[in-house]
Design a protein around this ligand. Structure first.
Ligand SMILES: Cc1ncc(COP(=O)(O)O)c(C=O)c1O
Length: 530
């Protein structure tokens, strides 16, 4: 038992510093003065005083609002060389406390100009996303609560609000009540969990016994289209299946999985004594947003008793719009589904929704409850989400989702997704109508894959030499357009051809920004020497 004041290391020295401060600090109790150092900060042993926090938080929010108000005027991608930024920052942490004002000044001087502006209206690279206003507010409150959502008892409302928000999203996506779920950090984790569950469902007791060096366990196999995201291959690496366990299935003209080839590959593997465990179907592939024929694939999975995981990390958001659900036919038959709110559901990174009809199998795959985590004296069983994930600690991500869903309402989310799809359709139409450009993949959602193919090269576009020239031309075009700083586009390769991707999905983007991207593509292309 501790009596009296707690011993504080170096107390004498701190008291001296404190006296010094009393002499040197302006006798300012003005909590809005950010330049002043907080007495508690310099000589105390506690956190920032709540009133100081209030003032600093107001100033920080002002800086954040200024950033968002002016981000349009910055170049989307900073003109910096790799390795050039490190030297801007001191090599070691400061020994003495610094005022928050100095940090905010450095954010403005060193951080803002040197980041890639994901919040820029001209950000069309990868999959465009938005840290929306309500999402940022929710994120701020998550930080203030500081709760670890690992157990029900470590924050009852974090667990129960997660259940509520997961179910709101399930309903919004038009999926049946048989799906439960959780919120993870990324689709990579969600798919890792799904494939971990598939491995468990295969009945080899992998969680307890592992699969290495076991003559009783045949080689396990996972099937996904050759266009599936690399996170699926990574999950196979991580789960001890090995990259060799992933069978890349060929695709058709629209870059969607060929179900005939899938069925053939599975049956050949069974014949050869291997053990197929899972199929991953993608709705909205990363490169071109292709849609695998999920209903047909579901029938193949059901026939052979395989786990079906649907990766709709980006495309899934479109299912919030009932009229846009055609590509999702059959996904309700999946064992698990991933949709990323941090992609096209306007939620700040990170938030990934993993839904499953087989939550108990996920728990079998990942549950481990040491004594110190066991909830004592509970007549009612509790839901401890850490039992469904490879990690113990979990962020309270449901809170920001709750803010986002309530602020926009499903109606507002549908309107925004519709607008993005309409702009993408407009852009695809422009590209198709231009004899010097071509569309390289169907546009089912809000991402357009295109390339510059000047008329002069059209006739021989498939000859090896012209192909290489076109690749080079489009790479140069991408650099030229990005160098304007007005937009940021990314690229991929489709059927061996270099493709420029325009991914529309930010709430900061307006129709005029999409028009500008197209104008830049055309003007910069006209300047290039073929
Ligand atoms: C289809 C698909 N799946 C998975 C991922 C991985 O997402 P995350 O970064 O959340 O792991 C992506 C990323 O773009 C994706 O496009």
């Amino acid at each position: 038992m501790c009596r009296g004041p707690l011993p504080v290391p170096g107390r004498g020295r701190l008291a001296a510093v404190s006296e010094d401060l009393d002499r040197t600090l302006p006798s300012d109790d003005d909590p809005t003065s950010l330049d002043a150092l907080d007495r508690q900060q310099v000589s105390g042993v506690g956190d920032m005083d709540p009133e100081r926090f209030r003032a600093a938080a107001h100033a920080t929010v002002d800086a954040m609002a200024d950033y968002l108000a002016h981000v349009r005027s910055a170049p989307v991608f900073p003109a910096v060389e790799p390795g050039s930024l490190r030297a801007l920052f001191p090599a070691s942490a400061p020994e003495a406390p610094e005022p928050v004002g100095a940090m905010l000044a450095d954010v403005a001087a060193l951080v803002q100009p040197n980041t890639t502006h994901w919040q820029h209206p001209g950000f069309f690279a990868y999959f465009s996303t938005t840290a929306s206003g309500p999402g940022i507010l929710g994120e701020m409150f998550v930080a203030a609560l500081g709760a670890n959502a690992m157990l029900w008892r470590t924050s009852p409302v974090a667990t129960e609000l997660e259940v509520v928000v997961v179910d709101w999203l399930r309903q919004a996506l038009g999926l049946p009540a048989a799906f439960g779920g959780l919120v993870t950090d990324t689709a990579s984790t969600s798919s890792l969990i799904a494939l971990g569950a598939a491995r468990e469902a295969a009945g080899v007791d992998a969680a307890a016994a592992g699969i290495g060096g076991r003559p009783d366990v045949p080689r396990l196999r996972v099937y996904a289209s050759a266009e599936a995201h690399s996170s699926i291959e990574k999950a196979c690496m991580t789960l001890g299946l090995g990259r060799a366990s992933l069978v890349p299935v060929g695709t058709d003209d629209s870059l969607a999985m060929d179900p005939g080839e899938l069925a053939g590959a599975i049956d050949a593997d069974i014949e050869a004594g291997l053990r197929p465990i899972a199929i991953v179907a993608t709705i909205g592939t990363t490169s071109s947003t292709a849609i695998d024929p999920v209903a047909t694939i579901a029938a193949i999975a059901e026939d052979r008793g395989l786990w079906l995981h649907v990766d709709a990390a980006y495309g899934g958001a479109a299912a919030v719009v009932p009229d846009r659900r055609a590509p999702f036919a059959g996904w309700e038959r999946a064992d698990s589904i991933v949709v990323n709110p941090h992609k096209w559901l306007f939620t700040p990174f990170d938030a990934s929704l993993l839904l499953s009809r087989r939550m108990p199998v996920i728990r079998d795959a990942f549950s481990l409850v040491p004594e110190y985590l066991r909830t004592l004296d509970r007549a009612t069983p509790v839901l401890d989400f850490n039992e469904y994930t490879p990690t113990l600690g979990r962020r309270f991500r449901a809170l920001k989702l709750w803010f986002v869903l309530r602020y926009f309402g499903l109606e507002g989310i549908r309107r925004r997704i519709d607008a993005h799809c309409a702009w993408a359709t407009w852009l695809a139409g422009q590209v198709q109508a231009d004899p010097d450009f071509e569309i390289l993949a169907p546009v089912p959602f809000s991402t357009v894959c295109l390339r510059y193919r000047p008329r002069s090269l059209a006739d021989r576009a498939d000859e090896p030499e012209a192909r290489a020239d076109l690749d080079d031309l489009n790479e140069r075009l991408l650099h030229a357009v990005n160098a304007t700083g007005e937009v940021f586009l990314s690229h991929t390769r489709l059927r061996g051809r270099f493709a420029i991707r325009v991914a529309i999905g930010s709430l900061h983007t307006e129709e005029r920004d999409v028009r500008r991207a197209w104008e830049l593509l055309r003007t910069e292309a006209a300047r290039l020497e073929p």
